[in-house]
Design a protein around this ligand. Structure first.
Ligand code: SAM
Length: 302
């Protein structure tokens, strides 16, 4: 039987996040735009014919110009419009500034603080993701702090209505952002009834990570769980976005109220988020709901 081999001298870059599971997603590279070892991680940016610019840190896809809107809109508009009175927002991580760009679309936000551990991710994003960094760095409400997110939330005297943890995965510099102590320190920085949302992995591959985080949330907050969205390059189906707050009503705000708040927030254009998608995102597929239900309130990893 004749086998056809695709002979190409193009470089293919694999995502190695799930290699332990015997699974790889691989991108055919049009052109490598930038590659370096930063103080904290390996960073590569390349051009892809379908996804546009693709940023990877330590072999994990972080952002692509083609599907970034899904994650950035859902990590931002859901907590801010569910809260309804948010003025001060904290982003932990978020180096590419894609989340910050969405937060600053909300007119009512008075101050946005971003704490990123790796200055070179922001520097490089100024050159390669100006669509995010330009409006953000020009906005007087924005304050960038280069620091470890854990150290910041343990020391700051500031209080925030919404905390968005746009982190890498629980390896390397990002590992501390998935610990009980980090979530406890975030709770300390939240105003009463404030909301914490977290990038919490793809349950189909990273269920243990979600169960552990929700278990910690359950110990600290009255309402703990997650909502979901599917991002093509966060391979493996639904991405779980961790949800933790003491105000149990926030996840049940009626669609009409969400729509009113969106109108008052300036009705900025969105490509994924709608009031209906917002509400539906909390309706979890059974296997994910069972993972969340199985999460026992805990303090430390058993
Ligand atoms: N959306 C992406 C994802 O879901 O994988 C994350 C994007 S963003 C580029 C992740 C950022 O988290 C990186 O810039 C990384 O440097 C930052 N980061 C990792 N660990 C951190 C820590 N301990 N404190 C603050 N920022 C951290």
């Amino acid at each position: 039987m004749k086998t056809s081999r695709i002979m190409t001298d193009k470089r293919w870059i694999p995502e190695t996040l799930f290699e332990k599971l015997g699974f790889r997603m691989t991108f055919e590279v049009e052109r490598v735009l930038y590659e370096t070892e930063t103080e904290h991680q390996h960073l590569v940016l390349f051009q892809h014919k379908h996804f546009g610019k693709v940023l990877m840190l330590d072999g994990a896809t972080q952002v692509t110009t083609r599907d970034e809107f899904i994650y950035h809109e859902m990590m931002t508009h859901v907590p801010i419009l569910a809260h309804g009175k948010a003025k001060h927002v904290l982003i932990i991580g978020g180096g590419d500034c894609g989340i910050a760009e969405e937060v600053l679309k909300h007119k009512a936000i008075k101050r946005l603080t971003q704490v990123e551990i790796d200055a070179s991710v922001v520097e490089f994003s100024k050159q390669h993701f100006p669509e995010f960094t330009k409006p953000v760095l020009a906005d007087r409400r924005f304050d960038l702090i280069i620091d470890d997110g854990m150290a910041f939330v343990q020391q700051t005297r500031e209080r925030f209505d919404v905390i968005i943890v746009d982190s890498t995965d629980p390896e390397g510099p990002g590992a501390v952002l998935f610990t009980y102590d980090f979530y406890a320190a975030c709770k300390r920085c939240l105003t009463p009834g404030g909301v914490l949302v977290t990038q919490n992995g793809v349950p189909f591959f990273q269920a243990a990570e979600l169960v552990r985080s929700v278990g910690y949330f359950r110990k600290l907050f009255k309402d703990a769980g997650c909502y979901v969205a599917s991002i093509p390059t966060y391979v493996g189906g639904h991405l779980a976005m961790g949800w933790a707050t003491d105000d149990k009503k926030l996840r049940e705000v009626p669609v009409k109220t969400i729509a009113d708040r969106y109108r008052k927030a300036g009705r900025f254009p969105t490509k994924y988020w709608t009031p209906q998608v917002h509400q539906a995102a909390f309706a979890l597929p059974r296997f994910i709901a069972e993972h969340v239900a199985s999460a026992k309130s805990r303090v430390k990893t058993a």
